[in-house]
Write a new protein. Structure first.
Length: 249
């Protein structure tokens, strides 16, 4: 190493040696102004460990501490919003791709979809309820619409054979006209036919979230004189299970 190289190293070392107290003083001043470590490091080029060593004993006033806390909360909120937006974008992309995988629905496919739907949400004939008719209950308007489509296109059920019954908590009694209009719009069943309304007694404490003015209760679709139809649906369900290799009949 020649003289010039050694001289350059000495100058660099001395500059760092004399600059550190100045940088430390500036860092402490910025910290007392309520700046975060990240904000200070943008102005002072030292390592984070050095900065932490300089500032570990720096006390903050209540106002300064509050300012730092607000900054951290704001940073966390921005991060949460960014992640939320990323999640929405990812969800949209996944749904778009999966929607494209579903082409037109054939008559046979609709039959199977409705049978599985009824298996999950419909009333079945049991030993203690011989002669059980077709009854489907749900609060999801899209599921109700799909079931009505299935009744019409697969089982050839006319609207006159369908009875719509509303089950709702008694605290919605003052909103019942809006509830009837809602279900009439969803089902295309005339408003005057919604004359079967059953109020459920409210519990003092409930975990239900949909109890506000956008709560429309549960709709029960009942098909008149449909015990044999219920048995037919049961046979379809058994056929699905058999052909999936779940059970042998």
């Amino acid at each position: 190493m020649d003289f010039e190289q050694r001289y350059a190293i000495i100058i660099k070392y001395n500059r760092c040696f004399f600059m550190k107290p100045i940088l430390k003083e500036k860092a402490i001043k910025l910290r007392k102004q309520g700046l975060t470590y990240s904000e200070i490091l943008q102005q002072i080029t030292v390592s984070k460990s050095t900065l932490s060593l300089w500032l570990h004993s720096v006390g903050l006033s209540k106002k300064q501490f509050q300012k730092l806390t607000e900054k951290k909360l704001a940073s966390m909120k921005r991060g949460a919003i960014a992640k939320h937006n990323q999640r929405i974008q990812l969800t949209d992309e996944i749904k778009k791709k999966s929607r494209a995988e579903i082409k037109s629905i054939s008559h046979k496919e609709l039959l199977l979809i409705g049978a599985a739907l009824y298996w999950a949400e419909g009333s079945k004939e049991k030993e203690h309820s011989i002669g059980q008719g077709v009854i489907f209950s749900n609060s999801d308007p899209l599921m109700i619409q799909l079931f009505l489509k299935w009744l019409k296109e697969i089982l050839n059920i006319s609207r006159e054979e369908i009875v719509a019954e509303i089950y709702i908590h008694e605290n919605s009694i003052n909103n019942i006209n809006a509830v009837k209009k809602y279900w009439s719009r969803i089902t295309d069943i005339p408003l005057p036919e919604f004359n079967h309304i059953y109020f459920k007694r409210n519990k003092l404490s409930t975990n239900r979230k949909n109890i506000g003015k956008n709560y429309y209760g549960l709709l029960r679709i009942r098909v008149r004189r449909s015990a044999n139809m219920n048995r037919k649906i049961s046979g379809w369900i058994e056929g699905i299970l058999q052909n999936c290799g779940i059970v042998q009949w």
